[in-house]
Ligand binder design. Structure first.
Ligand SMILES: [Zn+2]
Length: 101
């Protein structure tokens, strides 16, 4: 069998390398997604202060997460907005307190 020319060998070598890289990237992405999913399940509704389970609680017409162990509470920015009655300046000022500069 005749030996393929170097250019042909390089071409197919490059194609194979690209294919292997793509497969590795897909595998890596899949593993990263699985790790994110695992971490999300592990930390879902856990208190960031003490790590105990947080429970959904009604609060002034909205819903917040409440920790019965340490008394901590979590609310997202939309809920905070609702509690402030849409006063965006109040919410913005409040959130700016927690921004790191
Ligand atoms: Zn807690």
């Amino acid at each position: 069998m005749p030996k393929p020319p170097d250019t042909e060998k390089k071409y197919f070598g490059k194609i194979d390398a690209q294919k292997r890289r793509r497969i590795a990237d897909e595998k890596k992405t899949k593993e990263q997604l699985e790790e994110l999913k695992r971490l999300r399940c592990l930390h879902w509704h856990k208190c960031p202060e003490c790590g105990f389970d947080m429970e959904q609680a009604a609060f002034k017409g909205t819903s917040i997460l409440n920790c019965h162990h340490c008394g901590g509470a979590f609310l997202n920015s939309e809920t905070l907005d609702e509690l402030c009655g849409g006063e965006s300046r109040i919410v913005e000022t409040f959130l700016n307190i927690f921004k790191f500069k």
